[in-house]
Write a protein that binds this ligand. Structure first.
Ligand SMILES: Cc1ncc(COP(=O)(O)O)c(C=O)c1O
Length: 312
């Protein structure tokens, strides 16, 4: 769907494999920032601008529910997007691995909008819904014409998904839905637990995500106060704050520059560990001497320009 120099709109922050997949076709990534003030929903004005002004607008990468922000693109947003691209030579890759983790209402796919089956490919995975990340099993939905191309690619590149993996996937779909739905509700409860905990920490401000098992708190105030990048803060929490304990999370900039000033934490842990992580974070972020000492040995994490706290 892409030729060298074609433009592809990507909402930032983004899943880190997107740039390489676009680059390997020689295409150009064009970024549109997702903002906390819009609950991390795509800005359709940016889409319009991309379609009108890019010399060769050919692709859009959409991801909802969104990793890392937890933002969910609403049905209205999807209708607006479909109206903008319908009938144009623009394809959408709609990455929907968290389709079973929507915390209010039900999952909406761009494919449900008129005409979009011909212009979009939606991708799903067993990794999240059935906790089968090691099994490498997923599926895509698109028009018969596009799926035929996948047939050819799969046949020549992989032959097929191993047969026992296919059987496991079929068993999950046939017998695992009730269990899956229970697990998803558990994730929702954990998300709420983590958000509530984080919002009690000085300098942390966390939106309730519309989906996914991630939370994406702004830590811009803490970073600015200590002149440390958000990924520097994540690394400090992992290896600098304590000699024996650490909390593993990622700086938002691991998902593109627009993620700077945020942390991404996953809820896929027992409740007591989530609670312990919040207490650890609350204590560790007040220890300015320890942060300064960590920065002394890791100057690459020094924050040159303070984050804009207003956008967080
Ligand atoms: C947005 C997004 N796309 C794709 C993937 C990859 O999923 P899979 O485990 O099926 O490779 C992930 C996994 O974290 C993801 O968050």
């Amino acid at each position: 769907m892409l030729e060298p120099e074609d433009g592809v709109l990507v909402f930032s922050p983004y899943f880190p494999t997107y740039p390489a997949n676009i680059a390997r076709r020689g295409a150009r990534m064009v970024l549109s920032s997702l903002r906390a003030a819009r609950a991390f929903r795509p800005d359709l004005d940016d889409v319009r601008r991309f379609l009108d002004e890019d010399p060769s607008p050919k692709g859009i990468f959409l991801n909802s529910p969104h990793n890392p922000t937890g933002g969910v693109t609403t049905e209205d947003d999807l209708r607006g997007l479909a109206d903008l691209i319908r009938g144009r030579d623009v394809a959408v890759f709609s990455d929907e691995p968290y389709d079973c983790m929507v915390w209010g209402g039900r999952h909406q796919s761009l494919l449900a909008q008129p005409g979009m089956l011909d212009q979009a490919v939606a991708a799903y995975t067993f990794s999240k819904s059935f906790s089968m990340s090691g099994w490498r099993l997923g599926y895509a939905v698109s028009s018969p014409q596009t799926v035929k191309v996948f047939d050819l690619l799969t046949n020549t590149a992989l032959s097929c998904v191993p047969s026992f993996t296919q059987l496991a996937g079929a068993a999950a779909l046939q017998h695992g839905r009730e269990y899956r739905d229970g697990r998803m509700q558990e994730f929702h409860r954990k998300v709420m637990l983590l958000v509530a905990g984080l919002n009690t920490v000085d300098g942390v401000s966390c939106l309730t995500p519309g989906g996914t098992f991630y939370v994406f708190p702004s830590v811009a105030a803490i970073c600015n106060r200590n002149a440390i990048t958000s990924h520097g803060l994540a690394m400090y929490l992992l290896e600098g704050a304590d000699d024996t304990l650490g909390v593993a999370c990622l700086g938002g900039e691991c998902f593109g520059e627009a993620g700077g000033g945020f942390l991404r934490l996953s809820c896929a842990q027992p409740d007591d560990r989530l609670t312990a992580a919040v207490s650890f974070l609350a204590d560790a972020t007040t220890r300015r001497d320890r942060i300064a000492a960590y920065l002394g040995t890791h100057p690459e994490y020094r924050l040159a320009i303070p984050y804009d706290v207003a956008i967080s």
